[in-house]
Write a protein that binds this ligand. Sequence first.
Ligand SMILES: Nc1ncnc2c1ncn2[C@@H]1O[C@H](COP(=O)(O)OP(=O)(O)OP(=O)(O)O)[C@@H](O)[C@H]1O
Ligand SMILES: [Mg+2]
Length: 303
Amino acid sequence: MTTPGKVFIIGDLLLDHQYWLDRFPQPGEEAAILESIRNTGGSAANTAIALAYQGVPCLFCGRIGRDAAGEEIREQLESFQIDTSCIQYGSATGYTITMIDASAERTMFSYRGASAETPELTEEVINGLREAKLLFLSGYFLLDPGQADFVLKAVEIVKRAGGIVAWDPSPLVHAVDKAVLTKLLAEADFTFPNRLELKLLTGEESVEEGLAVLRERTRNIVLKLGGKGSLLTAKTEDGAVEHFAPAPKVDVVDTTGAGDVFNAGFLAAYLKGGSPQEWLAQGNALAAEAITKKGAVTLFVKG
Ligand SMILES: Nc1ncnc2c1ncn2[C@@H]1O[C@H](COP(=O)(O)OP(=O)(O)OP(=O)(O)O)[C@@H](O)[C@H]1O
Ligand SMILES: [Mg+2]
């Protein structure tokens, strides 16, 4: 049984390993690890954890393996009160390994494992989608045709039941099938690109041109502008509305997952009511707080 009004999240479930080094070694060399952090990761999982931290009930759908990493992910999600009843088993649990050198340069290795496999549209998943107030998904889950098809079916179920849809395009959005993108943009209520993703979606170099093109294809666009802040824009009968909110000034330690956390701050505020200005401000505030710590979700982890 799912509680009505949850946020249903579809995405990768990865174990994120981050290692801080003095310097990244040349092939064949060795380097000492100065510090390390291990947490549940994957773009949509970061958003789910940040939503749950703000008291928003969440239900996650994705795949893990029947292994220690999978159990660790499940336990961590449950420690945030995230409903794991739609998590399904597949091959080995996926993971990412990130090496960060003294100049904050990041070198990443990733293995998607079970996260690359398409979830089944079970009775439980269908019920969860029907009862969801909001469906959130990441563009990483649109790259594989089977997963994209699953996502579009989920979108249809949520929309038919009166829910809304929000998604983050991800930096690989240029590799998503164009027909899938067109459908998703037409159905989405909120699209959360950064500047690079706006350019990849529209082919336009300038933000103004990019937004003008994207406004013709979708409803609300929430553009993330890094240290500058964020803006929300949508097409109206007589042109377009635009709201901008500046980012707070903070001492930046690690911007990994800033965009994912921003999405959660924005959506938590939106689900409570309030104004576009408040939604943007809460997204900026939560992301700004999260980037003062090493690791995407460290701010939210207890103890
Ligand atoms: N230097 C910064 N100072 C304050 N806030 C920041 C800074 N960098 C990012 N943010 C906040 O985080 C939000 C998202 O950051 P950004 O625009 O880099 O998204 P992104 O590129 O999608 O991030 P990610 O790499 O995590 O996907 C910004 O809109 C802003 O609110
Ligand atoms: Mg992003």
